[in-house]
Design a protein around this ligand. Sequence first.
Ligand SMILES: N[C@H](CCC[C@H](N)C(=O)O)C(=O)O
Length: 297
Amino acid sequence: MDHMEKGALSFTKMSGAGNDFIFIDNREGAVPPAIRAKLAAHICPRMFSVGADGIIFIEKSSIADFSWDFYNADGSLAEMCGNGARCAARYAFSRGIAGAKMSFATLAGIIEAEVFADDTVCLQMTAPEDYRSGLSLELGGTSCQVDFLNTGVPHAVVYVDEVSEGQGIGNIPVQEWGRIVRNHDHFAPAGTNVNFVSRGEGNSLYVRTYERGVEDETMACGTGAVAAALCFSKKYGFASPVNIVSSGGEILSIAFKTGCPPQEAAPSLSGPARIIYQGELAAEALPADIVKELGKR
Ligand SMILES: N[C@H](CCC[C@H](N)C(=O)O)C(=O)O
């Protein structure tokens, strides 16, 4: 039996369709706000620590069942995270923090969620904002027109069938093109997540997402799936619900009102959210100043 000093910090690892997160139950304030970004940037890198696309702190709330603080893997704060929110609902239900139907506060607004008996969680998303279509930029030597929608966080939507000369979504350079769009002047200064979208079978779409704050392709992106579904439907007239086949092969289902602007579509996001394991972060895995701060509580 390995003997390890009592861990410096307990956490739960979760996966929302392959978008993975570290959860900290912070209702007793174990991790003060001042060190959260540094903690995220220290324990999210894969191979060097726990590894995740982001970290979520669950906090008490006087206006909802709980509230949260979400940080990307690089320690940047983001207002919302669709897959993370589905995992937060599963986490809260599993720990008795909320019932199967719940609400929680994010920087993007209050999220209503429902946890189902299988691993599915359904969210009512906040109202999309700032829809922009036909933004011109160049990818792979081809001029193309991308759309933009804020679904809690900013998302650009690139229509792969228009830029890839039939290469197919599986062959496009997501890191290279994702970085170009993420940093493009159209989206300055906040930058944007970037979704590469291609028509699938029936009412489905293939979506590959380059995520701001991860600075790489993730296996799924919930707010990105919502942006892709709403923009594609607006441009090509897709019906609701749309099934999004994400990079990791899992399906996210987006339901929404059709025949109206994306801002009025009232989208919902359904998909899997699973607890993977519980863990204890060893003090030696953390910078001394963080261990010191954690020890104060
Ligand atoms: N993966 C998340 C999006 C995180 C957004 C974050 N990458 C940012 O906008 O900075 C999702 O499932 O919606």
